[in-house]
Structure formats: C-alpha cells, structure tokens
Design a protein around this ligand. Structure first.
Ligand SMILES: O=C(O)CCC(=O)C(=O)O
Ligand SMILES: [Fe+2]
Length: 510
C-alpha cells in the first residue's frame, strides 16, 4: 500500500503533461496501432508509471465484479465470481479459436440455434482467427455446418478415452451401485454457530443433505462416477467426483460453437472495458506485457478502477485473458436437459442452480487459486457446490488443480467434475481451493454451474455498488484480479444483467 501511495505521488509530477502514453518494450507484442506512442527502452529502465492518483484524487478503488465482494479477492483464498470464451491468442489479438462456428442452422443435439446463447456469426475486427492451429476441431467438423451433429465424425478427437493417470491425481473408485447414492456431508460435526441465521440452518437441512451422487443412464450410455480422494485431511468435508462422458461430444461441440459465436458478437468492434483490482496490479500486468503506461485519473472511469474505452482498447492488445459467457435456464433446450441430468446424477436441485457459464482459455492462460464460495462469509448468495464439464481435451496443461487436496483433474471432453465448496454447516471450506493451470498446448473450454443456498432468482440482483463505468450497450468487460494470483477474465455481463429475466426463462421451461 505504501508503495502504491509513493507511486501515485511521483505520478503527480506527470499530471502536468496529462498525456496518456503507452510504451512498448521491444517488439514482443507486435506492431502498435491506434496512434499509440511506443518507445524503445532497455527492459531494466522500463518503469510502469501509472499516475492515477486514486487516493489523492478521491477516486474510490473498486473492481467491478460479479458475485463476490472485492475484499475477498484480496485473500489468497479469495471468493470466486463469475466468469467467458476462448477467443484470444497470445497477446490479445482477440482471435476466436477455431472451433466450429454456427452457420445459423439448428444443432439438433444441443437444441441450440446460433442465437440461443446470444451468439451470432459475426466476427469482430479483433477476431483474427489466429488460433486456428491450436484447436483440434476443424472447420469442416462444424456440426452445424453439416446441419446435423450426428453426422460429425468425432471419434479421433473427442471420445473420452482412458488416459494415463495423472501422477497428481489420486483416484479411488467407490461404490458405484446405482442403488446406493452417496450423501455428501452426512455428519455435521462442528457446533452450530449461534450467529448464523435460521436461513443458514434451513440451508443445511434442505440443501446440503440433498446432495447425492449416483450413476445414471443417458440414452444409450451409462454414466458412472468415481470419487477423487487425493490427500484429504481427516477434517475435510470437501468431496470430489468425476463423471466421464457426462456430456456427449456433440453437446460439447454445440456449446463451444455457441460460446465462440457469443464472444465474437459481444466483442464487436469496440472491445471490452478493462477493470483492475487495484493500481498496483494494473502496473504489474502492464509490466508483464512489456508496457509502460502514464495515465491520469481521466483515463479511468470515475469511481471505478476500470480504464476508459480508449485506454482499454490500447492495453487490451497486450493482456491475456480467458472468456466467459453465460446463458440461463430456458435460453436453450440444452439447459433443461443439462439441468435434469445434473439433478439426477448429483441431487443438485435445478432451482438452486445459477447461470450456466461457458469459459474458454487460450494457450498460456489459466485462472488463479480461489474458492468458489467466500471463506468466512455468511452471505446468502454463495455457492455451496460446483459442477464443471470439460468441453474438449487439452493436450497439455489446463488441469483443474486442488492444491490443498493434491488432486489434479485433466480436461477430457465430456468429463464432469463435481464438488462441494461448503461443509454441512454451510461454511465455505478453504480446502476447496482450486485453480486452472495455464493451458500449455491446445485450448480449453468448460461449462460450469454453481449451486446456491436458495433459488438463484430469489437472491436478487446485486447492489448497484460499485458504480459501473460508462459503456455502450452490451459492451463486455475484462476483470483482472490481483496480479499475484494472476488472471484476467472477459465477461459478457456486468452485474447479473440477465437476472430479471431468470424467473420468466425458468417458467418457460416447464
Ligand atoms: O477451469 C478450471 O479448471 C477451473 C475454473 C474455475 O474454477 C472457475 O472458473 O471458478
Ligand atoms: Fe472455481
């Protein structure tokens, strides 16, 4: 903090010039555009000079985030918020990965139109398609281009074949008899905290105890679960389960396709507004990208730590991020099918589930260590369980790593990973800490859904704070967390923009 203040005050000198400059180190990041001024410098002399006098100028530092408060992000065990799509390659040219794109036809397996997940075929300027060689999916494999995903030959790329066990992944097969569902947290241990509300008590009773893991059959195939035990300390109530082939390859392709379309459409010509957790982190991200920045408070949106559209556009070319898009129950036929499958296999009630979040990671990008719930919080809007399904194999890297449990899960197409984040008292478990290892080869796509204390809709829209920066309609955002934990993520939503429609969408499902 002291360091930040120092930087801010030294930056005051530069306030006089008040001209924003972006200086690029070497040629690593390619050619400069948009009239940005670059100067060659030795790396030693490069100093990121952010002259935003956040404190002096009375600008309140916020990060605009999805579901969790900023404060929690500052913890190593930070609560995780919402998350996006695989579009960018290396330093942010914004190229959407070469996953099959819809030509507007209906995907008969997923039931998704190109519009179902708010996508379109329109590619943005930023979409250079540069990442094509990374993807295992060829344009000719595009299920929707073929009009019928059943015609897709996916055998060589997508079947979840038995893989060499990851040495970090200790798996133990437990009882797989259909008649014997596993009940998570059957034995609440710790004494009840008197400060906890009745609601939390009900939560325990009604929700956590209803978590049941079981084998299911879907169409022709049996879906079996395995428990992953790793190095579970005795006192841990965090349980992890794997279901291979939870989604078919056609379903996975349909989701990736919809996600890519959605990112392309949302990126448009304008690109996202970029928000940082704080000025120090912003400086670090810029340093990593080899840039020197001189900014003034005018380059930020007042009341936020989001840089304005002009600066976002300039620096966005040099920062890497993952992409998250969302859809809600009722927005596609698939959502109902997926929901029902999850409920059958896990006992997780559809009504407690939030949005469906699709995220893609280009090469080199991961996601910081975090818990999906907020440690130490009694916030009702919290996630007690997570389901994450990998939508394609990742040749190298991209594992979901639970460092406290010594469990590492390899992304295999169709594989679902389910775990609880809270114990049976409704307390967020630090042992559920996990992260996405950076993708080394290929690209990674996942779909996630979090399950909440009560009906997601009933939790309501988040408060208006912090203020949102001015932006054009539907302009996406990138949220960069504390640099030390290091990850930025692109989002299609700012603040549960869709929640008002949630109830209606749900109603339409039935
Ligand atoms: O991509 C992964 O493996 C994990 C992502 C994750 O944990 C999250 O987005 O909350
Ligand atoms: Fe997570």
């Amino acid at each position: 903090m002291a360091k930040e203040r120092k930087d801010h005050s030294s930056g005051d000198d530069n306030l006089k010039t008040l001209k924003s400059k972006v200086q690029k180190r070497g040629s690593k990041c390619g050619k400069v555009q948009n009239g940005m001024e670059y100067r060659s410098r030795s790396s030693n002399s490069l100093v990121l000079n952010i002259t935003v006098c956040v404190l002096c100028c009375g600008i309140m530092i916020y990060i605009v985030r999805d579901n969790s408060s900023l404060d929690n992000r500052d913890n190593a065990v930070a609560a995780r918020k919402d998350q996006g799509d695989p579009a960018k390659e290396s330093h942010g040219t914004g190229g959407v990965m070469n996953v099959p794109r819809s030509t507007g036809g209906k995907n008969t397996e997923t039931g998704m139109d190109s519009d179902d997940l708010k996508g379109s075929d329109q590619n943005s300027k930023r979409d250079t398609g540069k990442t094509g060689n990374e993807s295992k999916i060829k344009a000719s494999d595009n299920p929707t281009e073929q009009g019928n995903v059943r015609g897709l030959n996916v055998d060589s790329v997508s079947k979840a074949k038995p893989k060499k066990p990851n040495k970090n992944t200790k798996k133990k097969t437990i009882d797989t008899k259909k008649s014997q569902p596993i009940v998570l947290h059957p034995n609440p241990t710790s004494s009840y905290n008197a400060r906890e509300s009745d609601e939390m008590r009900n939560f325990k009773a009604s929700t956590l105890k209803s978590l049941k893991i079981r084998n299911i059959g879907v169409e022709e195939r049996d879906i079996h679960y395995r428990e992953l035990t790793g190095d579970q300390p005795n006192n841990s109530s965090v349980r992890l389960y794997l279901f291979d082939n939870f989604l078919s390859s056609a379903e996975c392709f349909g989701l990736m396709n919809a996600h890519n379309n959605h990112v392309s459409a949302a990126n448009g010509e304008i690109g996202p507004i970029i928000c940082f957790s704080d000025a120090g982190s912003m400086r670090n991200y810029m340093n990593e990208a080899g840039m020197t920045l001189q900014l003034t408070e005018n380059d930020f949106s007042a009341g936020t730590t989001c840089v304005n559209a002009t600066i976002s556009n300039q620096i966005g070319q040099f920062i890497k991020w993952s992409y998250s898009t969302s859809f809600y129950p009722g927005e596609s036929v698939f959502s109902k099918r997926f929901d029902t499958r999850i409920e059958k296999a896990t006992g997780l009630k559809s009504s407690n589930g939030g949005k469906f979040q699709l995220t893609s990671y280009p090469r080199g990008v991961g996601y910081k260590p975090h818990t999906d719930c907020i440690v130490g919080s009694t916030e009702k809007r919290d996630r007690f369980a997570t389901i994450l399904v990998y939508l394609q194999d990742v040749p190298k890297g991209g594992e979901t790593v639970f460092s406290e449990l010594n469990i590492s899960v390899r992304p295999i197409q169709g594989r679902a990973l389910v775990w609880n984040n809270m114990d049976s008292d409704g307390k967020c478990q630090p042992l559920s800490l996990h992260e996405a290892a950076p993708v080394i080869r290929g690209s990674k796509y996942i779909i996630q859904r979090w399950y909440y204390y009560e009906s997601f809709y009933a939790l309501g829209k988040r408060s208006a704070e912090p203020e949102l920066p001015p932006r054009v309609q539907d302009q996406p955002r990138v949220s960069c967390d504390k640099y030390e934990q290091g990850s930025c993520r692109w989002y299609d939503e700012w603040n549960f923009d869709h929640i008002k429609e949630y109830q209606r969408l749900k109603r339409d499902l039935h």
